[in-house]
Design a protein around this ligand. Structure first.
Ligand code: MN
Length: 736
């Protein structure tokens, strides 16, 4: 039981904390602001009056602290203070959202609604957590303040995590490192991001945390000495510039030191860049850049810089708004040290991120659209997609939060920022989904490159498209941006859906012909027969020609006589064995070549085999024996489900007989290219062409040539010769 005195003391403490909040907010307050904040405070105190935190403290300490973080550490204003004070009332007390709207207006109500929707803690890596994260990001498009207040909320919970039970500590800490720290980083909230990471370490590896924290404390005196020595020679030069400045030497965060120790397998003493020296100059916006470079010049007059470690984020700010000039120089103590040169405005943005950035922008101090807003737009785009699987989404997105960036240009000279490792295809999707979906290749600095070309800083990229082009599964292997990944997945899914619809029509038509009445039952049998998990998969295969609808006739006999799956070879090993058996001995082999007049066979249209290819024969119901390549997309299906209908096939001898093959040629267009290509084909190698289709667009040349060759060797020679033609980038065989 709490005594009256204790209750009185608590009341005083609540008021004291509230006044401290007001004091910090004061510089930003206008007209009625203080009144509104007071009203919010009163509502919150009343609503939470019976509630206590796990630590036993009055609950109201928490909303006050969150509001304080919003003001002091993020730089937010009155609407956010009010929302922060009320952030837990709708979820935890009887107050409703409509009451909030009535008393505090629409804006505050919407923010609180957003905050209520993303509450709760879930297990890492579960779809529920992913959904939570998705909701969190969705609130970006509504009001960014929802996320900023949520981060403040999480920061305070992490600061007070001690009183939570161990299992909850771990859950909250892991969610913090998984979602909130990267999000804070992306929003430019460096100080908060570092603290969240440090706190995570404190609760997941307490020994390491305390060890590093102690060592940082113990080395403080020597660090101060080092900094004083370092500054000494340049101090008077800096004074002469005539601007006020401060110099700080801040140690890196515990988490980042721990990371380095772990990654490089070294002890604390061996981490050489434990801290950076920061020179902050207070100058008007107009002369910022000039002065920063003057300071750089002074520093490097006295200390030799490492030319590989110069980073100019003033000319090209990071997409989260970070601006600074970094250099690493050799100190007199024979130790490399990083020097960060920036103005007060830049430092403010670096510490407080988005809100500070916004403040300066409103003052008309920002020259260009910031990368941050572009980023928020990108997030919005990504979220707009229909039914992306939430977990997949988080993986794609999370990858992007941490990544470093690469800066490239459009042909018009516009700067685009992409994740490090992004390819030409990522760039295409960055420009527009349609451009990405039809991307054929790109020109980087006027040279033709393939889709998977990794972009480098400063590349100028022009995308080449073709109406014929469409995304394939392959593309997912070399795109890195979340946007490209999710768009490609969407298109593939859509295509699959459409194919399944077409396939269903084919199957239903066939079933009607066969006078089958119960379709569902037939689907069940078919699924079992082909060993498929869903109807969609069945329809998709039919549409893609992986299952011949004509084969469906056999279901009846299947169900009555043999039963499903009899005599089939299902695993890959057996399949390989089967193939090698087919290719093996010549005994009772079906020879194709000399005997072709005797045996009735046809070459499968799905893979157009030619002599030299590894092949097998397949006995069809109506069309005799069909010859497929073992690499045919249908091969595995045919061999595994109809093993008994497979017959050996072997090219007996090579002869002067022509087989149809297709070649696709891609290259840069130039005068005479066509002529050179056809010359190689018809004059040099004396090959007959059956048809040729050429498409040129934006300087890229795409030709499909069907021609008659004798065998694979013949085709190989042709391929190699064509690849040598100037301008040709790629020649591939296609099967149709
Ligand atoms: Mn809270």
């Amino acid at each position: 039981m709490i005594t009256t005195e204790a209750a009185e003391a608590e009341k005083k403490e609540i008021i004291r904390r509230y006044r401290r909040l007001l004091r910090k907010a004061k510089p930003f307050l206008k007209d009625n602001d203080a009144k509104i904040i007071k009203k919010a405070f009163n509502v919150s105190v009343e609503a939470h009056k019976e509630m206590r935190r796990k630590s036993g403290e009055p609950y109201i300490y928490h909303p006050i602290a969150v509001a304080e973080i919003c003001v002091e550490e993020i730089g937010l204003g009155t609407t956010s203070i009010v929302s922060a004070l009320l952030h837990d009332v709708v979820e935890d007390t009887d107050i409703t959202l409509s009451e909030i709207e009535r008393d505090f207006g629409k804006k505050v109500a919407r923010i609180i609604d957003g905050l209520t929707k993303i509450s709760g803690v879930f297990d890492t890596g579960t779809s529920q957590q992913a959904e939570n994260f998705r909701k969190l990001l969705l609130s970006l498009s509504d009001d960014l303040r929802v996320i900023l207040i949520k981060i403040a909320d999480r920061l305070h919970n992490m600061r007070t995590l001690d009183s939570m039970p161990r299992d909850k500590q771990l859950k909250i800490a892991s969610e913090t490192i998984f979602l909130y720290a990267p999000l804070a980083h992306r929003l430019g909230l460096y100080a908060i991001k570092s603290e969240l990471e440090d706190l995570n370490l404190k609760f997941t590896d307490g020994d390491a945390y305390r060890d590093i924290a102690n060592k940082i404390r113990q080395t403080k005196a020597s660090r101060t000495r080092f900094i004083n020595h370092f500054i000494h020679p340049i101090q008077s030069e800096l004074d002469r510039l005539g601007h006020s400045f401060t110099i700080k030497g801040r140690p890196k965060s515990i988490h980042s030191i721990w990371n380095k120790m772990k990654r490089q397998g070294v002890g604390f003493e061996e981490v050489y860049d434990l801290f950076a020296i920061r020179i902050i100059i207070d100058v008007p916006y107009e002369i910022e850049k000039e002065v920063c470079w003057k300071v750089y010049s002074i520093v490097t007059d006295y200390y030799r810089p490492n030319p590989d470690r110069l980073r100019d984020w003033i000319s090209t700010p990071k997409s989260n708004g970070y601006e600074s000039l970094h250099t690493t120089v050799m100190s007199r103590a024979g130790q490399w040290v990083e020097v960060q040169i920036r103005t007060k405005r830049m430092d403010d943005i670096a510490e407080k991120g988005y809100a500070a950035h916004w403040k300066y922008k409103e003052q008309g101090k920002n020259k260009s659209e910031s990368g941050l807003e572009e980023w928020i737009n990108t997030v919005r785009d990504t979220l707009d997609q229909a039914d992306a699987n939430a977990l997949e989404f988080v993986e794609d997105f999370q990858g992007n939060l941490f990544s470093e960036e690469v800066f490239v240009f459009t042909p018009a000279g516009e700067l685009k920022t992409l994740a490090q490792g992004a390819t030409a295809l990522d760039f295409a999707f960055e420009i527009h989904t349609e451009i990405g979906a039809h991307c054929l290749g790109a020109k980087v600095n006027n040279k033709l490159v393939p889709l998977n070309y990794k972009l480098k800083n400063g590349d100028q990229v022009e995308i080449l498209t073709s109406k014929k082009q469409k995304p394939s599964e392959d593309w997912l292997r070399f795109v890195v941006t979340g946007k490209a990944k999710s768009k490609i997945k969407d298109i593939l899914k859509e295509e699959r859906k459409q194919a399944a619809i077409d396939g269903r029509e084919l199957v239903e038509r066939k079933l009607k012909q066969l006078k089958v009445e119960n379709f569902e039952e037939a689907y069940n049998k078919l699924r079992a027969y082909y060993d498929l998990n869903s109807n969609t998969e069945l329809f998709f295969r039919v549409a893609k020609g992986l299952i011949d609808p004509k084969e469906l006739k056999t279901i009846e006999s299947l169900t009555k006589k043999k039963g499903p799956g009899k005599g089939r070879i299902s695993d890959g090993k057996t399949f390989k064995k089967e193939i090698s058996r087919l290719k093996g001995s010549d005994q009772d082999a079906l020879l194709i070549g000399e005997d072709m007049d005797i045996l009735d066979y046809k070459l499968a249209k799905c893979c157009n085999p030619i002599p030299g290819d590894d092949v097998f024969g397949f006995v069809t119901i109506n069309e005799g024996i069909k010859i497929h390549r073992t690499t045919c997309p249908n091969a595995k299906q045919l061999l595994s489900t109809h093993g008994s209908r497979v017959v050996k096939a072997k090219w007996n001898s090579q002869q002067e007989i022509a087989f149809l093959a297709g070649l696709r040629i891609i290259g840069t267009d130039r005068v005479g290219l066509m002529n050179d290509v056809t010359k190689v084909i018809s004059q040099d190698l004396k090959v007959n062409m059956r048809s040729i289709t050429i498409d040129t667009e934006d300087g890229i040349f795409e030709g499909d040539i069907k021609l008659y060759v004798n065998d694979t060797q013949h085709l190989d020679t042709l391929l190699k010769r064509l690849e040598k033609v100037a301008g040709v980038v790629n020649v591939t065989r296609f099967d149709q």
